[in-house]
Design a protein around this ligand. Structure first.
Ligand SMILES: Cc1ncc(COP(=O)(O)O)c(C=O)c1O
Length: 342
């Protein structure tokens, strides 16, 4: 199966697995795992923050950050389709007691005015607005890259209103490669930020949440409480270090492949619109005469190609380490069959 469903589908290759073999390890929960500590220090430095903590997943990074920034009944501002709101099982409500102020945008990128308009006037009636969440890149609107100036303007508006700022950086390194701007610059206005190793970086497990020393101390309390504290996690951290060394610059190849596919989609029938990809996520829509998104994904799967549907008549294709130029023809052929079948 050729898998264009998600960049989470990558499998660690032999060299990445071998990186585990000689990794020094210890009891991570006690702060005694040297490889995990090395990874935390490296990522804190990369993101320009004082400290960082290794967690099993990006979802746990988001949920722990929300628990730190919000008290039950407090509100956060974020795009309506951000991962925190749509894809974490209601965790913000269940774990942090969050109220949501969703912002509607075309591309996942909102403005300082959206922040100002989203902040409730303090009163005994309204939820207290406490946090702004941004997602870099923005997944469900096509891997869009927040320009750094917009990140800064939004964080300045948040700070002016007394809010904390959080960046979901599941694909921050894609934004870094696409923009040519360092990760620490993207994250400068954000009190908490994390990167994921299981997306474009190709590792099997792990994410790192970064912030001030006090924030990370508090994050450790919740990591322990939620059962995210580990033991000899250095074997996992070694693969993440390997990913940072080998798999960042090559994200440019994924972005170029997404461009190639976008150009090829113009050959196909019943493609109503194509979102020009900014990074590795490519969305297109099927016109009313074409098949439904479910019929097209099922047809492609029967022809050996996985694709994703995320909304009515909407298809998502994702490029990553485990797909390459030789997979484009089979993808286009499978799409042509499915789209022609109507
Ligand atoms: C934008 C975004 N945030 C958070 C996550 C959650 O990451 P994880 O799968 O590591 O929990 C994802 C996963 O797809 C994502 O796309």
């Amino acid at each position: 199966m050729i898998d264009f469903y998600s960049d989470t589908k990558t499998r660690p290759d032999r060299a990445m697995r071998e990186a585990m073999l000689d990794a020094p390890v210890g009891d991570e929960q006690k702060g005694e795992d040297p490889t995990t500590r090395a990874l935390e220090e490296r990522v804190a430095d990369l993101l320009g923050k004082e400290a960082a903590v290794f967690l099993p997943s990006g979802t746990m990074c988001n949920e722990i950050a929300l628990k730190i920034w919000l008290r039950p009944g407090d509100a956060l501002i974020g795009d309506r389709l951000c991962h925190v709101i749509t894809s974490e099982g209601g965790g913000p409500a269940a774990l942090a007691g969050a109220m949501i102020h969703p912002v509607d945008t075309a591309d996942g990128i909102f403005s300082p005015e959206d922040v100002k308009n989203g902040v409730n006037v303090p009163s005994r009636y309204a939820p207290r607005t406490r946090l702004v969440c941004v997602e870099q890149t923005f997944n469900l609107k096509g891997g869009t890259v927040w320009p750094v100036a917009q990140l800064d303007a939004v964080s300045a508006a948040a700070k002016a209103a007394g809010l904390a700022t959080h960046m979901d950086g599941a694909r921050l390194m894609n934004a870094v490669v696409a923009s040519g701007v360092e990760a620490s610059t993207h994250a400068a206005g954000y009190d908490s930020v994390w990167i994921d190793f299981t997306k474009g970086l190709g590792a099997p497990v792990g994410a790192i949440l970064a912030g001030s020393r006090d924030f990370i101390e508090e994050a450790w309390r919740f990591k322990q409480m939620m059962g995210g504290a580990m033991r000899q996690s250095g074997v996992l951290a070694a693969m993440c270090l390997y990913a940072l060394d080998r798999n960042v610059e090559r994200l440019a190849d994924d972005h170029a492949l997404a461009d190639t596919i976008a150009a090829r989609l113009t050959e196909l029938p019943h493609v109503a619109s194509i979102n020009a990809p900014q990074t590795n996520l490519l969305f297109f829509t099927i016109d009313e005469q074409g098949p439904t998104e479910a019929a097209l994904t099922a047809s492609c799967a029967r022809h050996g190609v996985q694709i994703g549907s995320f909304g009515p008549r909407q298809i998502r294709l994702v490029t990553h380490l485990d797909v390459g130029p030789s997979d484009v023809d089979p993808l286009i052929d499978a799409l042509a069959v499915g789209l022609t079948a109507g």
